[in-house]
Design a protein around this ligand. Structure first.
Ligand code: PHE
Length: 334
């Protein structure tokens, strides 16, 4: 009989759907689809009962009731099963187990040192300023009193990034020193000036344990009336002591930079050896002239320190290349 066949199909499909439901919400959907009062499939079966002949009626009617009861009972049982399973899963979760420690990132050692430098120099009254890493020749050389024929301008010693003819503004290069920011600051601000600028510089050096073609410098510039070299030495030694400890000594050796006169190399003694940490000097009057400061009225000092040097000394790192390899086994030690 076709009608009974339809009842069987309904039963098989409904029971399969009940087994497949994995939570209460899914089970409720199954209930509505099959047993729903308004539009459940059970309504179609009911219509079939109406269509049965008087002779078929008792058998069809009984089968209809049986199918409905079986499906409803299984549905109810499954609701309970899922509830019990959910409770058991909750009970199996041991809240006393130690948690999984989340992996938290940290600042790169160079960044840590730079942040501390900014903080220390801030306490000495220096404002932090920034400058571009791609520079023109005026800021990297000319205004710093480095003439066209100076060896520092050799294209082989610099990273020029575009050819002269392609740019209306002239050649540009990756800055080879942060002294560029001295010029940019003085162009914008009348004296007095008291700034530091920390950032990357680029030089085509052969890479080894102490040289990299990219490294970081901290530039300092102080301009005011009656600034002296003694003040430069005080600032640098106070700075070094604040960073590394009271036993640090500072030493100046005569040197030459086109933008300072006199110029010195700055050495620092920490432990038992002297280490060169940068250059410094009194701002050359030619630099003041280039930015429109009156050299008769103002004097100033400037310094440029290699940040990696401090960082290596501070953390006991013996190879500068480690800082740039992005090896987490190295970086996560700091
Ligand atoms: N710019 C110089 C360098 O990179 C360092 C320096 C800065 C020297 C300021 C004097 C004054 O070597």
């Amino acid at each position: 009989m076709d009608i009974l066949q339809a009842f069987n199909e309904f039963e098989v499909a409904a029971l399969a759907a009940i087994e497949a439901a994995s939570d209460g919400a899914a089970l409720e959907k199954v209930r509505i689809e099959y047993l729903g009062q308004k539009s459940g499939r059970i309504r179609d079966l009911q219509k079939l009962v109406g269509q049965a002949t008087p002779a078929e009626k008792p058998q069809v009617g009984k089968r209809f009731n049986d199918v409905r009861t079986v499906v409803a009972a299984r549905l109810e049982a499954r609701v309970e099963e899922l509830k019990t399973a959910a409770l058991k899963a909750a009970a199996d979760f041991d809240v006393t187990l130690p948690g999984e420690r989340p992996v938290i990132g940290r600042l790169h050692p160079i960044t840590q040192v730079m942040n501390e430098f900014r903080e220390l120099m801030g306490r000495f009254g220096f404002t932090v300023v920034d400058g571009p890493e791609i520079e023109d020749e005026r800021h990297n050389f000319e205004a710093l009193n480095i003439p066209e024929d100076h060896p520092a301008r050799d294209p082989l010693d610099n990273f020029y990034v575009a050819c002269a003819s392609s740019l209306a503004g002239g050649p540009v290069l990756l800055r080879s020193q942060t002294s560029t920011v001295q010029i940019r600051t003085m162009e914008k601000t009348p004296p007095p000036v008291r700034i530091v600028s920390l950032g990357r510089v680029y030089r085509p050096d052969t890479i080894d344990a102490t040289h990299s073609c990219m490294f970081h410098q901290m530039e300092g510039l102080l301009v005011d009336r009656r600034v002296t070299m003694a003040q430069l030495k005080t600032v640098l030694s106070q700075f070094a002591r604040s960073f590394l400890g009271p036993e640090v000594e500072i030493r100046f050796r005569p040197s030459f930079f086109p933008f300072t006169e006199p110029s010195v190399e700055v050495d620092m003694k920490w432990g038992d050896s002297w280490m060169e940490i940068g250059g410094a000097g009194m701002v050359d009057p030619a630099v003041f002239a280039a930015v429109g400061y009156d050299p008769e009225e103002y004097t100033g000092f400037a310094f440029g320190l290699g940040i990696e040097r401090f960082c290596m000394k501070h953390f006991g790192v013996d190879d500068i290349r480690r800082f740039y390899e992005n090896d987490l086994r190295f970086l996560s030690q700091f």
